[in-house]
Design a protein around this ligand. Sequence first.
Ligand SMILES: Nc1ncnc2c1ncn2[C@@H]1O[C@H](COP(=O)(O)OP(=O)(O)OP(=O)(O)O)[C@@H](O)[C@H]1O
Ligand SMILES: [Mg+2]
Length: 242
Amino acid sequence: MAETNEIALQVKDLKKHFGGIKAVDGCSFDLPKGKISGLIGPNGSGKTTIFNLMTGVLGADSGEVVYRGENIVNLRPYQVFNKGISRTFQITRIYREMTVFENMLSASSMRVPESEAREQAEKLMEFVTLTPLRGEYGGNLSYGQQKLLEFARALMTDPEIILLDEPAAGVNRTLLQNLLAHIHHLQEEEGKTILIIEHDMNVIMNHCEKIFVMDYGVKIAEGLPDEIQNNEYVIEAYFGHK
Ligand SMILES: Nc1ncnc2c1ncn2[C@@H]1O[C@H](COP(=O)(O)OP(=O)(O)OP(=O)(O)O)[C@@H](O)[C@H]1O
Ligand SMILES: [Mg+2]
């Protein structure tokens, strides 16, 4: 298990604009290693854009994402993925024309023998209760099932850092509890670093050790759940404006 104050990844002064919109406007934070952290903020505050900049889905205007001593910003998504950073998408990106099982295998690394990948896929499908749907096309799954499939698929390569963009949205409560239990298992037993974007405050406050809060593209607060709940800037961001 990681030492308590180790840093898995650093976001340094990231900036990204879309036309006149400064989606990320100089955001920095240190992601604690081997812990579950949360990234919260009002709609449009730049959370998903941060994930996109961290995973090479978008290029940055400026700033760095430092992982294992290397600036990984502006790498291609597959390069970031191969370095051990895996993610899910807010709007799922599973293959609609492939089966559940094929979707799982699509994320397996070339370095892993096929038999091992199949075994891993079976295990993960079982965990997210998708085994009965293994032959179903991705496009026929419900939104919640697609989220579960994407979560399971993100674990196929045994990543070191797992970024989850709204994993709870559309997932039923029972399954959500299983999902959270699995996230804790990944952290506690396997020492993974996890960052969760989520609007469900129960998920954030009860399951994240450290929380980062964004508003208008910048980090306005960070701290423990208790500190965040009582932070005046956070309360203002959520209830004060507009
Ligand atoms: N590809 C894009 N092109 C143009 N504008 C974009 C693009 N992606 C994001 N934006 C804009 O950047 C801002 C930040 O969006 P982002 O999706 O990062 O917010 P978010 O915090 O994830 O919001 P939500 O909680 O609603 O998912 C928004 O104003 C959004 O409209
Ligand atoms: Mg988002």
